[in-house]
Design a protein around this ligand. Sequence first.
Ligand code: FES
Ligand code: FES
Length: 159
Amino acid sequence: MTGPLAITITINGEPATRAVEPRLSLADFLRAEGFTGTHVGCEHGVCGACTIRVDGRTARGCLTLAVQCDGLEVETIEGATGNGCVADLQDAFIENNALQCGFCTPGMLLTADELLQENVSPTRTEIREHLSGNYCRCTGYQAIVDAVEQVARQRAERT
Ligand code: FES
Ligand code: FES
């Protein structure tokens, strides 16, 4: 049996050195650190509620071990909303009623932002495909696609 391992993860720009059990998921680690916007739904990599960024790429917090992120940069929804990078998406989600309970929303925002960074003018099909790993049990997705499409247009107009 291996005991706790010392790791350092930079969370939203702040390094945190902790001793963690090797089997601790990154999602549980982050939630214990107070970043409870990382939601835990299926815990099997299916629903996308636990989506976070690791070194700039979205990842499943429930399928990633905290120890795998030793020395890496992790961004949670608290970081993304704090630095304003998803502010336009947040506004559009509200405007389009693209959230109800909000359980899926942190993961949706991070995944949508990733799409818009890679593809400034996605089609509705491309938006649906990119968000297909993020489940929403409330909205029926239409309003979410509307919101992402709206932000794509707004970002294109600003450039
Ligand atoms: S909780 Fe991680 S994908 Fe569902
Ligand atoms: S708003 Fe409830 S799960 Fe998406």
